[in-house]
Write a protein that binds this ligand. Structure first.
Ligand SMILES: [Zn+2]
Length: 743
């Protein structure tokens, strides 16, 4: 490589190589369940927390396109921000295109900028409105002059070619892990921070664009791990396994490097990385929860088959590691489909339901619009209406904590490390989605729980934890779950839960075999066709697991099951196995073995605690088939394990996302009406009102309600309260209602 490149390379390696350790900890040990958390994620604050982060409740984002400086109406946007009561804004700064007169070499000014400073003008206008202001940067693409001068800043494909941009082929894709980000983008951020002192810098598409085989990545990976960069996705491959950690270490080092650089200029600022979150996220959300003072869930709209609760799910996932730190939900006004109509506008009902489900689940709304020129104004009024309501309801949206008693455990390590066997890979996510839908249908309020935050403090609010095929669990995590049950907690677990260690290494037996009361017999069966479950009804005493199935002699089985041996007696099991039998020719479809004594669910009482284990993939099968009988089993399993009345019960027709929250001086129950023919696939055509809902909610210890209102209907209905419970009737719900109880 040329000398200048070699120098840059060594410099970047020195910075980034040194920064790969996170303080004294390596990420690997930081990721371990045994490692002490370096910051109390749920108590807020953390090591770096600018003073402004808790202030904004309604975010606006204007993403300028390159020709906007010549044609967009700046005052129009300032007026719109004011009209929507937006109290924070994200404005395009630089990276791909600079919207100000930058002096950083190779930082491309908008060709339409002229002698203007659009970023400066916008920031001045927004400051006058009293808004929190952050500047957006995007480093993922660059130009020919950069490629010519710094070829090592460009991403390289597996076959060694510099990578052209997939959508703008005149541009180049940059390497996310080398000097382009560590040096050049640091200079850009420092310049923006010095010139304008924004409250933060938002970093979009900052984490690279897939695998990069550039000289920096090859050399740095070999130095750090001794491996060549992986060329397979199989997590059993040692190089891929090492890469899963190494990439995160690089990116967290980059985040810290940028954060240090901007905070050296404005100590009350930070960088805010964009990200998706959830079990399939490649970046450790527990560590992010410690590092980030606030975070944005970038989940803009529905695509494909997806219920509107998917937005609320992101809120639950982010909260599982962010605790009480402010979390924000980015929603788009356009379609989010693979064909990328970035200038499109959705119909108002779809925008509204998506945004509202996020708000009901604790996300502060952030609308995002591409381009300063309004090609289609139909979204303006619907977003204004949502924000107007949020502004009016603000005191009741400043949540202190959720009051749910059920936790659904999410496991990044299971999706990272467990290879495809028995239909297991990604099954953790599918199984969780099945549970999510089942809990929505059952109207059970719940939170999500990160599997590396199972310490007593983090799970203190929960009576039951659900383990949806959480395949990878460490010995220490299994111990934490054991202690939870010993304290009186309930567990509902499915399929291959705890059959692998935290690094994806298979175990001979479940890590939780003692809790389940069964051992793995070494064999998985599936995919099964035409298999059933026999319901063993006891006429003398109805089994609580079979509630709602009293008239059913048999129901369908799932697709995969494990063979297990019982470590103790399970008298009168409610579900037994009916083995698969031919499904063709029709003459041959009869059960060869209509009855066995093999239980397909194991219910145990362990002291004050209760454990339910399904040795089959009921939750993943439910997500695939949505069988009503399986929904009843899932609901009944949670109710039996929890063994107490729900904090809120909502009776009436329809499908509702029910959440329950405590604020400083109030309690709220959100009811999001998902009852719609377009529930499973958008866009919603029209909102359909549902009828009367009877709400029964538990009041926090000893407190009496002073008043009650419905925040959407804007009425104050009569209510009853006695012995710590309050009851009220909600006459009808169109998209959303909030029962707000003043305490
Ligand atoms: Zn690279």
């Amino acid at each position: 490589m040329p000398d200048s490149t070699r120098r840059d390379f060594l410099k970047a390696s020195a910075i980034a190589g040194a920064a790969v350790t996170l303080g004294e900890l390596t990420l690997r040990s930081a990721l371990g369940a045994d490692a002490p958390p370096s910051a109390p994620a749920r108590s807020g604050g953390g090591p770096f927390s600018p003073s402004w982060t808790d202030k904004p409740m309604r975010w606006a984002q204007l993403t300028l396109v390159e020709d906007d400086p010549g044609k967009f109406d700046l005052q129009f946007w300032l007026d719109y921000f004011a009209r929507t009561h937006s109290d924070a804004v994200c404005l395009s700064g630089g990276g791909c295109v600079a919207y100000y007169p930058t002096k950083v070499p190779f930082h491309h000014r908008s060709a339409w900028l002229g002698d203007r400073d659009v970023l400066g003008e916008l920031i001045t206008g927004c400051r006058k409105l009293g808004m929190v202001v952050i500047a957006r940067t995007d480093p993922h693409a660059t130009y020919d002059d950069v490629q010519a001068a710094h070829p090592d800043w460009i991403a390289v494909t597996a076959d060694g070619q510099p990578r052209r941009h997939w959508a703008s082929p005149e541009m180049w894709v940059t390497c996310g892990l080398g000097p382009y980000n560590f040096d050049f983008m640091t200079d850009v951020k420092k310049e923006i921070m010095s010139n304008y002192r924004p409250d933060g810098i938002f970093i979009n598409r900052w984490d690279g664009s897939g695998m990069c085989y550039c000289p920096h990545c090859r050399e740095n990976f070999r130095t750090a791990t001794g491996h060549d960069l992986p060329r397979t996705d199989n997590p059993r491959d040692p190089a891929r396994h090492a890469y899963i950690y190494w990439r995160q270490e690089r990116l967290f080092a980059l985040w810290r490097h940028w954060d240090d650089a901007v905070r050296a200029i404005n100590p009350d600022s930070c960088v805010i990385p964009n990200g998706g979150g959830g079990a399939t996220s490649s970046l450790d959300m527990k560590y992010i929860g410690e590092l980030a003072p606030t975070l944005m869930a970038d989940y803009q709209a529905r695509h494909g088959l997806m219920p509107p609760w998917a937005n609320g799910k992101r809120g639950k996932e982010f909260r599982s590691t962010m605790g009480r730190k402010p979390i924000v939900g980015i929603f788009s006004v356009g379609l989010e489909e693979p064909y990328r109509w970035k200038d499109s506008v959705q119909n108002p009902e779809e925008i509204r339901l998506w945004a509202i489900d996020g708000i009901a689940n604790g996300l502060r709304p952030w609308f995002t619009k591409f381009a300063g020129s309004v090609n289609d104004p139909r979204w303006l009024k619907p977003v204004e209406d949502i924000y107007e309501w949020c502004f009016r309801a603000e005191p009741y949206l400043r949540n202190e904590r959720p009051l749910a008693r059920v936790g659904l455990v999410t496991s990044q390590q299971s999706t990272w490390f467990v290879a495809e066997e028995h239909g297991a890979r990604n099954a953790a996510e599918d199984a969780a989605l099945g549970w999510y839908q089942a809990l929505i249908e059952a109207r059970i309020p719940f939170e999500m729980v990160h599997d590396r935050l199972l310490d007593a403090e983090h799970i203190a609010q929960f009576k039951t934890l659900i383990l949806p095929n959480v395949t990878a669990l460490s010995t220490a995590q299994c111990d934490q779950l054991r202690r939870f049950v010993a304290r009186g907690g309930g567990i509902v677990a499915t399929h291959e839960t705890s059959l692998y260690d935290e690094e994806g290494g298979p175990r001979k037996d479940f890590g939780l075999a003692d809790l389940f009361g069964v051992s793995f017999a070494g064999r998985a069966a599936g995919p099964m066709h035409n298999a059933y479950l026999r319901l063993e009804h006891n006429p003398a005493r109805a089994h609580p697991l079979l509630r709602g199935l009293e008239d059913a002699p048999r129901i369908i089985h799932g697709a995969w099951r494990l063979e297990v041996t019982m470590k103790e007696k399970f008298p009168s099991p409610p579900l037994t196995f009916i083995p698969p039998y031919p499904d063709l020719p029709m003459e041959k479809i009869f059960s060869r073995v209509p009855r066995t004594d093999l239980p397909q669910v194991f219910l145990r009482e362990a002291g004050q605690g209760r454990v339910v284990y399904f040795p089959w993939n009921i939750d993943r099968t439910f997500w695939e088939i949505l069988d009503v009988d399986h929904a009843k089993l899932l609901r009944n399993a949670v109710e039996w394990a929890t063994n107490e009345e729900r904090p809120v019960t909502v009776s009436g027709p329809g499908v509702l996302d029910v959440t329950v929250w405590r604020q400083k001086n109030s309690l709220t129950v959100h009811l999001v009406n998902l009852t719609n023919p377009m529930m499973m696939k958008g866009p919603i055509r029209e909102l359909l009102p549902i009828g009367e809902q009877r709400v029964r909610v538990q009041l926090p210890g000893g407190v009496r309600a002073r008043g009650l209102k419905l925040l959407v209907a804007n009425t104050t209905p009569a209510f009853q309260q006695s012995e710590g419970w309050l009851e009220v009737t909600v006459p009808s719900i169109l998209a959303h209602e909030v029962v707000a109880v003043d305490l």
